[in-house]
Design a protein around this ligand. Structure first.
Ligand code: HEC
Length: 145
């Protein structure tokens, strides 16, 4: 091996190390940004805002969500007794105030594990359209009003 190839090899190795360090620094800053809200949640896309038709939301809620989350949104649906953890009380203003609209939306779409919660809360993104997810999220917000 000549001196030149050794130097090139070392440079290449160094480049890889620098690259990997860069990536892991990127990940660290991403997850600590999520931790500000108490859970590691991927940040909302720019300009995200929650709008939806509460009437549609009510229909979706009755059909798919009420059995666990309860008619009044208090977490006492028929199936709730078998759940651990129990669904949150959507009527609790203080608790619900800690959740951003994005977290509510993402949790419904991708399931509890996407927002640091249990996967007893399933992802609904394959069952519901985006409009339906937004609508039911808006409907859930109304329980704490
Ligand atoms: C099989 C029962 C079940 C069904 C059906 C269900 N959920 Fe859940 N959901 C849960 C449980 C349990 C949790 C709590 C997970 C945790 O706290 O770790 C949860 C959590 C949530 C949260 C997060 C609340 C918070 O703590 O921030 C939202 C929002 C939610 N569900 C909405 C819905 C919507 C909308 C539907 C209907 C499309 C639905 N859920 C259907 C069981 C269910």
């Amino acid at each position: 091996m000549t001196n030149e190839t050794t130097t090139r090899g070392a440079m290449a190795a160094l480049a890889v190390i620098v690259l990997m360090a860069g990536i892991s620094i990127g990940q660290v800053s991403l997850s600590s940004a999520g931790e500000a809200s108490g859970a590691t949640v991927r940040p909302a896309p720019e300009g995200f805002s929650l709008q939806g038709d509460p009437k549609l939301g009510r229909r979706i809620y009755k059909q798919y969500c009420q059995k666990c989350h309860g008619k009044k949104g208090d977490g006492n649906g028929l199936m709730a007794r078998n759940l651990d953890p129990k669904p949150r009380d959507f009527t609790n203003k203080e608790d619900m105030g800690k959740r951003s609209d994005w977290e509510i939306y993402l949790g419904i779409k991708e399931g509890g594990s996407a927002v640091g919660l249990s996967d007893e809360m399933a992802p609904w993104g394959d069952t519901l359209t985006d409009d339906e997810i937004r609508a039911v999220a808006v409907y859930i917000r109304q329980f704490a009003k």
